[in-house]
Design a protein around this ligand. Structure first.
Ligand SMILES: Nc1ncnc2c1ncn2[C@@H]1O[C@H](COP(=O)(O)OP(=O)(O)OP(=O)(O)O)[C@@H](O)[C@H]1O
Length: 585
């Protein structure tokens, strides 16, 4: 099935109620929803006819012997079949509506998430995001699609009541007397349960976080032999859930017997009043049987009223959390008429001051000019701002003041897509997807041919090890590429950046896990493959630094010295200090 774009969006007006903001979503699927509601109403209309037919059947064919019993039986069988078929269709359409809405909502949230800048991801926790895009979306979808269906079922109570009134007014009132009580009790039970079920959800989410961390960090847990400690924290989380579940069970076992037995009270009342009326000749036996069926048929909708209120409360809380994401604007966006031109690779930082969203000052008056085709090494103590420099070149963040330019264009004037295509960044801990090596390398250029992928791998020094893998380029790497070594992952990441062939390449300690000879091979093939590429290498190793034509020394978010390795070594004592402190051979 082909992928479709979401049909609706959430109303951006934050002053509206959550339900009104979600209305476009419901409207976009109204045809499906109305079809399902109409079908379910039709099914219920057929359903309410059955007890009436039973009544007439008993009175005519069994008591008075004036009618043919089999005729009524066949009619009832026919109606039951028809109702079954209509209900099947109604359910089908209702579920389709639900999933279509969920699809749209998921896409809306996801589309917003991918547009969010890096600063947003620095702030939020991934576990929280996962929960929002999972259970919250589902809670909203459930209410929007199943809510109207429950309302229709309640509406049928009115129809059934009308039908009962047309048969026997006093008995209809007796039969309905317990229904409002069921409704009120159902609502009260849900109100009592709601805080507990909310607690259960929250504690399940906490448990999921503990489990997730244990699995993600399993290598560290094992390395520190901390399994026992982790198991204890898991048991504590599980214990808190057990407590909440026990409260839930206590409330349910208190309310459910009451709710289950009330209809029986209704049956007894109908038998008493109806029985007396039959004896007095005011009604028929068939009427008692029919009214019994009505009582049993009508109690689920009344019980569901409580469920609907609870679903509404949950959906409202979930919607608020989803809107919180959707209402967070992305500050790193394209200008109205962004420039998208091929870039030459002249990269300049002019008086750049930059603080991360949490307030950490990372660059403090950075001035640096990298000429097209030049290869520079950026060296400096930890936290001196080396990685930040690359992030600003690709506009992962916007500068606080000053400007970053490429070929004289402020990066904020360039289109983000074209900028990111032309500034390739390879981080030191690359992320690989659980796809084949081919697809990982071709991530930035999905339609690249195998030859191009292989050429990029060769340039990144990755071809030989890839060919030795069981299925070569088609080998699927495990989650995050953990089936590969650190150096192999780095080489795949370099190949991924090279395939896009960006005029500016930032290698952020990207060869730290690759051995020196392979690293030299990679750099010489990089030099051969594309002359004129501007390359910024954040380096900690002398071998890496020596590959650059020029070395830039950073301290406290500024360039404090600039020159060749030899000249800096001779003239800048702080360079020698940094090298001595952190640089390895
Ligand atoms: N995402 C972030 N959010 C907040 N502060 C950050 C973030 N990333 C880096 N910083 C801070 O910004 C400063 C510069 O960090 P940066 O990563 O650029 O340093 P670096 O020179 O690359 O360090 P290292 O050599 O240790 O990787 C540091 O003080 C760091 O703590």
């Amino acid at each position: 099935m082909s992928r479709r774009a979401p049909r609706a969006s959430i109303d951006p007006d934050a002053s509206k109620s959550w339900l009104r903001r979600a209305l476009p979503l419901v409207k976009a699927h109204r045809a499906l929803l109305i079809t399902s509601l109409t079908l379910s109403f039709a099914g219920l209309i057929v359903q309410v006819q059955i007890p009436n037919l039973v009544r007439v059947g008993i009175d005519d064919a069994v008591v008075d012997r004036t009618g043919e019993l089999s005729t009524y039986v066949w009619w009832i069988v026919g109606l039951a079949l028809a109702q079954g078929f209509i209900n099947y269709l109604a359910r089908l359409y209702l579920l389709r509506t639900a999933y279509e809405m969920e699809y749209d909502l998921r896409n809306i949230v996801y589309a917003h998430l991918v547009r969010m800048p890096f600063g947003f991801y620095d702030r939020v926790q991934t576990g929280e995001l996962m929960s929002r895009s999972g259970s919250d979306i589902r809670a909203v979808q459930m209410y929007l699609s199943f809510g109207p269906s429950i309302l229709v079922q309640c509406l049928i109570a009115v129809v059934a009541f009308g039908l009962m009134l047309s048969i026997n007014v006093p008995l209809a009132i007796v039969a309905m007397v317990t229904m409002p009580i069921i409704g009120v009790l159902g609502v009260s039970m849900r109100k009592a349960i709601f805080p507990v079920s909310w607690l259960i959800q929250a504690r399940l989410a906490q448990l999921a976080t503990v489990v997730d961390e244990n699995i993600q960090g399993v290598r560290i847990v094992k390395a520190f032999a901390a399994e026992g400690r982790q198991l204890r924290s898991l048991a504590e989380s599980a214990d808190r859930i057990r407590w909440a579940y026990r409260q839930d069970a206590r409330i349910r076992s208190r309310w459910n017997p009451l709710l289950d037995n009330l209809p029986r009270l209704g049956l007894a009342l109908v038998l008493l009043v109806g029985g007396l009326m039959v004896i007095d000749g005011h009604t028929t036996v068939g009427t008692i049987v029919a009214f019994n069926s009505y009582i049993l048929m009508l109690q689920p909708p009344f019980r569901m009223l409580g469920m609907m209120i609870m679903m509404g409360q949950r959906a409202s809380a979930s919607a608020r959390r989803i809107y919180e994401i959707l209402d967070t604007p992305s500050d790193v966006v394209d200008k109205p008429d962004p420039i998208a031109v091929p870039l030459g690779g002249d990269l300049a930082f002019e008086d750049v001051v930059f603080s991360y969203p949490n307030g950490t000052l990372a660059l403090d008056g950075l001035n640096l000019h990298v000429r097209p085709g030049e290869t520079i090494a950026v060296v400096g103590g930890t936290g001196s701002g080396k990685s930040t420099l690359g992030r600003l070149a690709a506009r992962f963040y916007d500068v606080t003041s000053g400007r970053v330019t490429i070929d004289g264009h402020d990066v904020r004037d360039l289109s983000l897509a074209s900028l990111r295509e032309q500034v390739g960044i390879v981080p030191d801990e690359p992320f690989l997807f659980s796809l084949s090596i081919h697809d990982n390398i071709a991530y930035g250029k999905p339609h690249a041919s195998r030859e191009d992928v292989v050429a990029a791998a060769v340039a990144a020094g990755a071809d030989a090890f890839i060919r030795n893998l069981p299925e070569g380029y088609d080998t699927v790497v495990g989650e995050r590429g953990y089936t590969l070594s650190g150096g192999q992952r780095q080489r795949v990441a370099i190949a991924r950046a090279l395939l896009v062939n960006p005029p500016i390449l930032v290698l952020d300690d990207a060869t730290s896990a690759i051995d020196v000879t392979v690293e030299q091979m990679i750099h010489s093939s990089l030099r051969d493959k594309m002359r004129g590429r501007t390359t910024v290498i954040v380096a900690h190793r002398l071998s890496t630094i020596s590959l650059a034509e020029r070395v830039v020394l950073m301290e406290n978010g500024r360039v404090i010295a600039d020159g060749t390795h030899e000249s800096l070594l001779a003239s800048e004592p702080r360079y020698a200090e940094v090298l001595a402190a952190q640089v390895t051979a």
